[in-house]
Write a protein that binds this ligand. Structure first.
Ligand code: ZN
Length: 383
């Protein structure tokens, strides 16, 4: 299958100007001023006036749903491929969450493989909030080596009243296993850390880094915009070479309780000197957005993949041009953090995971994943 996208304004995420982009099979074959091609077997798309950017790499999603934190009544639903396509997410990374009792890694694996069969380039984390991490094969290293979609452990909770309050020794053991499994499998290995509102913040990570030779990039904290104090500490992690993730989905209650809006967190991190290529944005889709007041659960909303596209629109509306740092934080940067070499960029040889948007990102019109068209003229083609 050969597709030629003509006259698109390419954001690779760096702006490349107006280009023709040739898709051959599941990869990007060429990016030229003009590609000359004819024949009935070629699909031509006139993208004049539209933006072409990589599909979003969403480092934290809950395809099996989340919640249950207020009892069974507030479990959130499973996510379907169409939910991700509508939000421009072509690489969702699935994780369990607080509840690894009534949801299992086996169910998550099944859900991730279902998303793949519907055209997405899904991945997953082994483990859950707790230590020792639950696994598919009985061992984190074996999960990474033997189970193809597994790219690390996450989201493992620290500094949170819902965590298992791991000791430095316990967390170091998990990190070492992720590192070894990532090395043996060639996947790199990522330990995605859920950060709560506790006062410990990233202290545990700094303790482990000070007392071991594990690489800093292994530790990938998320929800770093949860409060201003955590944000400042996370910026230091980024300045020293780590990746940090901001959660886009939010509620007015969470903002009122001190959460820093993701766009503000991104911009203030860059202003504070954190390397822009180490900053990422994720949706936490499918996860619950609990509203705790003095430790008591008062309400629950559900995070959606479309939060990422909403944030992009918000960024565009405040500057009226393609916001390169935001697009990079949705595409290339998380791909780098997760060591997905062919994701998150538009270049020859990269996977053909692409989004076409109307100018100023008002409307997502077309989505490709691994060369397969999953949205055409705003119409979702998968379920
Ligand atoms: Zn979390």
């Amino acid at each position: 299958m050969i597709t030629l996208i003509r006259n698109a304004r390419v954001l690779s995420p760096e702006p490349l100007g107006i280009r023709d982009v040739l898709i051959a099979g599941d990869r990007i074959a060429a990016i030229e001023n003009q590609v000359e091609l004819a024949g009935n077997s070629v699909e031509f798309i006139d993208a004049e006036g539209r933006w072409l950017m990589p599909g979003f790499v969403d480092a934290l999603t809950h395809p099996c749903g989340g919640g249950g934190e207020g009892g069974f009544g507030n479990r959130t639903r499973e996510l379907e491929a169409g939910d991700f396509v509508a939000g421009g997410v072509t690489t969702p990374v699935g994780a369990l969450g607080t509840d690894a009792v009534t949801r299992s890694l086996e169910v998550l694996y099944g859900q991730v493989m279902k998303l793949r069969s519907r055209g997405l380039s899904a991945r997953m984390f082994s483990g859950s909030y707790r230590v020792p991490p639950n696994t598919l094969t009985g061992d984190v290293v074996r999960d990474l080596v033997l189970i193809e979609p597994v790219i690390g452990v996450g989201e493992l909770a620290i500094s949170d009243h819902r965590s298992s309050h791991p000791s430095a020794e316990e967390l170091r053991r998990v990190a070492s296993d992720v590192h070894l499994g990532g090395t043996l499998s060639g996947k790199g290995g990522t330990l995605l850390l859920h950060l709560g509102d506790g006062n410990e913040r990233l202290d545990l990570v700094e303790d482990i880094l000070a007392s071991s030779d594990l690489p800093r990039r292994l530790f990938y904290p998320t929800h770093c915009n949860r409060n201003p104090g955590l944000l400042v500490q996370a910026m230091e992690h980024a300045k020293k070479g780590g990746f940090i993730d901001f959660t886009v989905s939010t509620t007015p209650e969470l903002i009122a309780a001190g959460e820093v809006p993701a766009l503000e967190a991104l911009r203030s991190s860059i202003e504070a000197g954190a390397p822009r290529e180490n900053l990422t944005l994720s949706s936490d889709a499918g996860g619950s957005l609990p509203n705790y007041v003095d430790g008591e659960l008062k309400g629950l909303a559900e995070a959606r993949p479309s939060a990422l596209l909403d944030l992009l629109r918000e960024a565009v509306s405040s500057q009226d041009e393609a916001p390169a740092d935001v697009i990079a934080a949705l595409t290339r940067n998380p791909a780098e953090a997760l060591q997905l070499a062919r994701k998150g960029r538009i270049e020859p040889g990269a996977d053909a995971d692409l989004l076409l948007l109307d100018p100023l990102a008002t409307q997502l019109t077309d989505v490709f994943c691994l060369g397969r068209r999953l949205m055409r003229d705003g119409q979702i083609l998968t379920t």
